[in-house]
Design a protein around this ligand. Structure first.
Ligand SMILES: Cc1ncc(COP(=O)(O)O)c(C=O)c1O
Length: 443
């Protein structure tokens, strides 16, 4: 089967009928960039309900880490489903949850003992991080970053500073949350340069937030994405993470790494923070951990996770089927796919960077492993954001059979399943090239 293979105008008749039904009964708050109605998936390919086949560089928002329906993951899910579907790991015991916590202890970017709290999603992982940080420090305030996305429940939404529409109409937010600029080397904040923005952002926290707004001894945690995801796939400089660790240590503030999007091998290491040599106190994990089944985890130093029975729990969190999927996922990641993400990621990155020679719309190509962002600009000198052009390119790619998603205001993200091959990466580059040409010639 050739991938991609588009046989009908998009959306095809079956897809169109489902989309019409969706409009009548499903929440209109979802942001569908283009009309894909999946029928089935395998590896890096997705077939829609009209038989059109797409190359998937979106992975259900960076989730299907082992590819669609990896046989080993499906087998683990099936075997667990035949035994029992649910018992609630908060009131009873089952071995898959214990085994997963043991595996997470082995791979977590935190040395020494850790403990895991299980929820069902990224936002629940962040809520657990917030509650644990407040509980163990006895402090209330939290620092997060502009551009960050940490979820949509009220606690995590209060940290999210990505798009105003995500907060509009839902205030007031959690009190005691302060935002600092994020060190974007392409668009350095605070009048800094690419090389000085890491220091400038730390200095902002130290000399402005701590001096003018909040005393550091009342800050429970700093929550940071080592690579901003929804914000545009922006990689924080290593020195920023190192200085943040030093600053938080100095003031007894917990460092929470949100690895919901950057974790589980996507960056070419199991966790993106490993590139920086920094150890967080708590790490939030979700998305790719269970290849598509719902699971979110807050992993913390054992000494920190010492809250009493009843302090925090979740009926469905750590569902046994999700745990079985996660255990199979971790084996695949450890044995092959983290290395594949590094290898194919470097290949994809080089190919996308080469496109910038012929496409003036490309302003910046950045990322790690198979977490790559391409920022589009109308003018490389002024860096005016090519927002409508970005949306048009995502649609043009879809019409040619390549699934990608936007990130931030004007970036395209490549977040494929980590099983992507070099030849599939070449296909993605070719189609992206064509999509850029189409949009550039129409301007
Ligand atoms: C870095 C990060 N944190 C948290 C979340 C929230 O995850 P969920 O949508 O599973 O609640 C996301 C989702 O995109 C994310 O990218």
């Amino acid at each position: 089967m050739s991938i991609p293979n588009i046989k009908t105008p998009l959306p095809g008749p079956n897809a169109r009928a489902i989309i019409e039904r969706d409009k009548a009964v499903v929440s209109p708050s979802y942001t569908r960039g283009y009309p894909l109605v999946i029928g089935r998936g395998a590896g890096s390919s997705v077939e829609d309900v009209d038989g059109n086949v797409f190359l998937d560089c979106a992975a259900g928002i960076a989730v299907t880490s082992t590819g669609h329906s990896h046989p080993a993951v499906v087998k683990a899910i099936t075997e667990q489903a035949q035994k029992f579907l649910h018992m609630s790991g908060t009131d009873f015991y089952y071995e898959p949850q214990v085994r997963l916590a043991e595996e997470l202890a082995a791979i977590a970017p935190i040395r020494g003992g850790v403990r895991s709290f299980f929820g069902n999603s990224g936002t629940e992982a962040i809520e657990a991080c917030l509650k644990l940080s407040r509980y163990t420090t006895g402090r209330q305030n939290i620092i997060a970053f502009f551009g960050a996305f940490h979820g949509r429940s009220m606690g995590s939404l209060s940290l999210t500073a990505s798009k105003a529409i995500q907060r509009r109409g839902f205030g007031p937010m959690l009190p005691g949350v302060f935002h600092a600029p994020y060190p974007d080397r392409y668009r350095p904040p605070l009048g800094a340069t690419a090389d000085t923005c890491a220091d400038a952002c730390i200095d902002f926290i130290e000399h402005q937030l701590f001096a003018n707004l909040v005393s550091p001894d009342e800050v429970a945690a700093v929550v940071v994405e080592p690579i901003q995801g929804e914000g545009g796939y922006i990689v924080a400089p290593d020195s920023f993470m190192q200085r943040l660790r030093e600053l938080t240590n100095r003031h007894g503030i917990l460092l929470v790494a949100d690895e919901v999007q950057s974790g589980m091998g996507r960056s070419g290491k199991m966790f993106a923070i490993e590139f920086t040599g920094v150890e967080p106190d708590i790490v939030a994990i979700a998305k790719g951990i269970a290849s598509g089944l719902p699971l979110g985890v807050a992993v913390a130093r054992s000494g920190l996770m010492a809250w009493p029975p009843g302090a925090h729990a979740s009926t469905f969190g750590g569902n046994p089927v999700s745990c079985a999927a996660a255990l199979a996922t971790i084996v695949l990641l450890r044995d092959q796919l983290v290395a594949n993400a590094a290898d194919v990621g470097a290949h994809l990155m080089a190919g996308l960077q080469a496109l910038s020679d012929k496409h003036p719309l490309i302003g910046d190509v950045r990322g790690r492993g198979l977490m790559i962002g391409v920022e589009l600009v109308r003018d490389r000198r002024t860096k005016e954001r090519a927002t409508t052009e970005r949306d048009a390119i995502v649609t043009a790619a879809f019409n040619r059979g390549l699934l990608v998603l936007g990130a931030g205001k004007n970036a395209v993200r490549f977040s494929p399943p980590l099983v992507l091959t070099r030849s599939e990466a070449d296909t993605a580059i070719r189609i992206f090239d064509e999509a850029l040409t189409e949009v550039e010639t129409k301007r």
